[in-house]
Design a protein around this ligand. Structure first.
Ligand code: ZN
Length: 377
């Protein structure tokens, strides 16, 4: 079994909320509400190889992925005599098998017409190249996501670049942990993603894409990935949300090695505000978890959660702290080695946000970043 890279979409597991307890369900088999969200299909979800119709011409399928995510949802949109596919799973045998079962079952006689990928993360993009080649169709992505995917799949090396060591040291990783990470090489992204097509169709903010009898408007979000595409069919009351809004887990928002001076949490909060301009009545189709209504309640909760963590982190910075000193405050628990990369990225995103807001200042000692409260102006 290949060592899988962190799948990128993940939140830190401690923040995943468990499903509602049975007691809170009006009917264990039917619709229920929890924390302001309503799940019209209850706990019903497609098994690998099954597809559930959510609205005329819109079907939901699931592919298995390893780790705490367990699955990714993909959407099959009627498109003339075929189907447009939205997101594709990882390039691992269980995902390929699930596609074969879909193609031989619910999709029999209806070939994919185009492959739409919300963002570059491998659970979304992994099998796009395989599907594009097999059915001789186009890949549809935003330019930022496609370029990122092309860049990452092209950059495979034996050892991590200098910048990676600087990032890990800066965050406070111990030398021994850095050595373990470095031994894994660089470019593991490419190991779970089929070759990214050389050509693609660009999706841009505000574009309206006609698929079958529906018009989908592209809304680009940022913070979880550079130019994440959401697709909104306002007339039909549907939103394909990707990882931009998830019902139970918070999407990973990490400071990336590519842009260590960026402010991904600022971009994420800005995206949440933009998404709040959408109708609250939309039926949201997320990449992980179950379709739900209650978009505004979820966006408010996400916004509150991040701002609350920023405030708690600010209090924690009465003493100078490294990113690794902030995990307990941010995640409420110790972080094991397999979550260290994600936790570090999230902690750095929150520290960087405080720095941008001028609530924190950074001091560099021997390459290690220490953050502390900015003195009052
Ligand atoms: Zn993602």
């Amino acid at each position: 079994m290949r060592a899988l890279p962190a799948i990128g979409a993940l939140s830190i597991p401690s923040r995943a909320e468990p499903p509602a307890s049975d007691a809170s369900l009006a009917d264990a088999g039917g619709a229920y509400s929890h924390k302001g969200l309503t799940y019209p299909l209850g706990r019903k979800a497609p098994e690998p190889g099954e597809a559930i119709e959510l609205a005329p011409g819109v079907r939901w399928a699931r592919l298995p992925v390893p780790g705490s995510l367990k699955h990714i949802n993909v959407w099959l949109l009627d498109d003339g005599d075929g189907v447009a596919v939205v997101d594709t799973g990882l390039d691992i045998t269980p995902c390929r098998e699930a596609w074969e079962a879909l193609l031989a079952g619910p999709l029999q006689g209806r070939r994919p017409t185009r492959i739409v990928v919300t963002h570059f993360h491998p659970d979304h993009l992994g099998l796009a190249g395989w599907l594009v080649e097999r059915f001789d169709v186009r890949l549809w992505m935003t330019r930022g996501e496609w370029l990122f995917a092309r860049m990452l799949t092209a950059d495979v090396r034996d050892a991590p670049p200098r910048e990676a060591f600087a990032y890990w040291r800066g965050a406070g990783w111990e030398e021994q942990r850095i050595a373990v990470e470095a031994a894994k090489g660089w470019g593991r992204f490419a190991s779970v993603v089929t070759a990214v097509p050389v050509s693609f169709v660009r999706m841009s903010e505000g574009d309206v894409i006609r698929i079958g009898s529906r018009d989908w408007r592209v809304l680009v979000g940022s913070g979880h990935s550079p130019e994440h595409a959401c697709l909104i069919d306002e007339a039909g009351g549907l939103m394909i949300a990707g990882d931009q809004v998830l019902p139970r887990i918070t999407s990973n928002v990490s400071l990336s090695l590519s842009e260590p001076e960026a402010d991904p949490l600022g971009e994420w909060l800005h995206s949440i505000a933009r998404l709040k301009t959408l109708p609250d009545s939309l039926f949201v189709l997320p990449s992980h978890g179950e379709p739900f209504t209650g978009l505004h309640a979820r966006l408010d909760a996400l916004d509150r959660g991040h701002r609350g963590r920023l405030d708690a982190l600010y209090e924690h910075l009465q003493e100078p702290r490294r990113a690794v000193d902030c995990f307990t405050v941010l995640f409420g628990r110790r972080i094991e080695d397999n979550s260290l990369g994600l936790a570090t990225g999230e902690a750095m995103a929150h520290l960087r946000r405080l720095e941008v807001e001028r609530r924190a200042v950074r001091e560099v000692r021997d390459g290690v970043y220490f953050f502390s409260q900015a003195s009052a102006p």
